[in-house]
Write a protein that binds this ligand. Structure first.
Ligand SMILES: [Zn+2]
Length: 371
């Protein structure tokens, strides 16, 4: 401010005039924008470019120039002041559902109401970008003069991707290519908030849903899914295969009873414990531990009777579910005096089984030879 006051009187007066500093700041912003040093957002001082656009009375964005051109603020939609009656509006939307992926393009002025179904599954943002690309093709095909056409999308992420200068995605490149055909023809992009009952947006939304649902909708090649979703798909297929193998095995009886299905969260709970406890739990779950039946098999003991109650064979199932000598411990830890079978234990938190198993004789480091 001091710097401004020290200037010539007329300059000082100018500096004190309303909006001067704002305009200086705005010019600074424009310089920064041109040198790609300005990071536009939709809040705070960064919104200054929106103000400039309003001052100039020109809301029509330059195609692919800068996100601030098309990411109009939500407030502008309060009174629909964004929509200019001299412009031709084309709305796009995408819908990703369990039954499929659809895109919709809607324009009352150009008489476009188009639903497409995308061939391969892809992410919502890819479908949104794809919809914009298709809109461009339809606008060109309409044969109408292209002045003042605005393509609206409710996906800020899609618009930002399209405006991005470093692009590796084929979908974005394809959309950018389509846009480049009409560059300079007065076609622009603009954001419209979804679910605000903006007629065109609602229309495009309905068409996209139709494309996702109807098997009759025209099918077009969709962008290939991104690497991350391919990885997800591979993991899913692998897991299904593992499940199938596990369920169809004839061996590993105890393990398949106590761990009937591949369960990542249960595995996570197990692996939280110290290595020694995990070893104990793995012994119980697989049946490969020093229970009576194994001790006899390994010729360490002469009989396989339960060392707690001496009534039955000492098996994992006996100890876990039925041994009468450890009823109290079972009740305290598992909340039940007896279990019906290993299937009951399979439904329990793995921590309970681990706590219960910790004190069994079969896990003591020394094995007491019987008889
Ligand atoms: Zn017993």
């Amino acid at each position: 401010m001091n710097k401004e006051v020290n200037k010539e009187p007329h300059q000082g007066a100018k500096a004190c005039s309303p909006g001067y500093h704002r305009s200086q700041a705005a010019k600074g912003v424009i310089r920064l924008r041109e040198s790609n040093l300005w990071k536009p957002t939709n809040y705070g001082h960064s919104r200054i470019l929106d103000v400039i656009r309003k001052l100039s009375g020109n809301k029509r964005p330059n195609l692919l120039n800068n996100p601030t051109d098309y990411l109009v603020v939500r407030e502008d939609w309060d009174d629909n002041s964004v929509i200019n009656k001299h412009e031709t509006s084309v709305y796009t939307d995408a819908s990703v559902t369990k039954t499929g992926t659809g895109i919709g393009i809607y324009s009352e002025a150009l008489n476009i109401q188009k639903s497409y179904r995308l061939k391969n599954g892809c992410r919502a943002i890819q479908a949104e970008i794809c919809a914009i690309g298709e809109a461009v093709r339809l606008i060109r095909a309409s044969g109408k003069p292209l002045g003042n056409v605005i393509i609206y999308s409710d996906s800020q992420a899609a618009l930002k991707s399209i405006a991005s200068k470093s692009v590796r995605s084929k979908v974005v490149m394809s959309c950018q290519e389509a846009l480049s055909w009409i560059r300079g023809d007065g076609v622009g992009l603009r954001w419209v908030p979804g679910h605000r009952n903006v007629v065109g947006n609602t229309g495009a939304d309905g068409l996209a849903k139709l494309g996702a649902r109807e098997s009759g909708a025209e099918v077009i090649d969709s962008p290939l899914p991104p690497i991350s979703s391919l990885k997800d798909a591979i993991e899913k297929i692998t897991l299904e295969k593992q499940k199938e193998i596990w369920q169809n095995r004839n061996d590993c009886g105890i393990a398949r009873n106590l761990w009937p299905k591949i369960d990542n969260s249960r595995t996570g709970q197990l692996l939280k414990h110290k290595k020694n406890l995990v070893r104990i739990a793995a012994g119980v779950i697989t049946g490969n531990c020093a229970v009576g039946v194994n001790l006899q098999k390994w010729k360490i003991t002469n009989d396989n009777y339960c060392r707690e109650c001496n009534e039955e064979e000492e098996t994992i199932e006996h100890l876990l579910c039925r041994c009468p000598a450890i009823v109290n411990r079972r009740f305290q830890i598992m909340g039940q005096e007896f279990l019906d079978g290993l299937e009951d234990a399979a439904e329990m938190e793995i921590n309970k089984i681990m706590n219960f198993a910790r004190n069994w004789k079969c896990f003591r480091s020394e094995v007491v030879k019987k008889g």
